[in-house]
Ligand binder design. Sequence first.
Ligand SMILES: Nc1ncnc2c1ncn2[C@@H]1O[C@H](COP(=O)(O)OP(=O)(O)O)[C@@H](O)[C@H]1O
Ligand SMILES: [Mg+2]
Length: 268
Amino acid sequence: MSYIQVDNLTKEYGTGDAAVVAVGGMSFHIQMGEFVAVMGESGSGKSTLLSMMGALNTPTSGLYSVDGLEVYQLGQDQRADFRREFLGFVFQSFHLVPYLTVLENVMLPLVTIKTNGRTKRSLAEDALSRVGLAGKAHRLPSQLSGGEQERVAIARAIVNEPPILLADEPSGNLDTKTTREVMDLFRSLNQEGMTIVMVTHSPECAGYAQRLLRISDGLLVEDVPLNGNPKTKPSDSHSASLEAFCSHRDHRDSGSSKTKMSSENDLI
Ligand SMILES: Nc1ncnc2c1ncn2[C@@H]1O[C@H](COP(=O)(O)OP(=O)(O)O)[C@@H](O)[C@H]1O
Ligand SMILES: [Mg+2]
């Protein structure tokens, strides 16, 4: 049995004439420890897929299971437990709380965990050291660069040491150097065993993954292995496929009104 199973998953927003099929029946399985990149044009359903995999957005139909747990069969409380135990989520925009310090932002996922404050603080400090921000724990997010804010978001996603990291365009707003730093961090998390599913528009970022899922109009149109070696250029066939794909892609979709999650999502 595969670790993550997506079977015939669909998501339709709205009803009647206004209905939009964001994900139209997608199936794939992911093994524990895989690093998977998801690419597709703006509006193709990437964020919807990721939010369903994040247990944040109830599918219209289909099955989603992790480690044998059928996620959407769980009650609300159990699903919250599942999210806390299994998932770290790095959103398209960082969603840092502006009036909390970096350390307090990273401690947020630990709020509902029954551990004393000192332990929580030390877990958050560990996560911040892992992303190279140990010295900036007491700053406010506005006192950090974009790349540093991204790393705070990653620290917050990994503070509870989840086995799975879901990231929606983690490099969307970053310069090349910072993007590489963030990708190196993802790679080391993956090498330590974390399963990663990352939506990206960047072929270079996708080159860090071992597998590419390409989606178009809510359907999976390509599922190919990548060499997963960022130090060298992807092999010709991969880069050809990625280049061809990228020449078709739309502009990066962060900030587009199309991608704003509305109240139709469960939590975001
Ligand atoms: N909450 C929502 N309500 C209605 N339509 C939505 C909602 N979220 C996304 N959509 C629509 O679903 C389709 C897929 O969107 P999305 O999953 O955000 O794609 P991507 O992340 O690939 O850009 C788009 O047509 C988008 O407009
Ligand atoms: Mg999106």
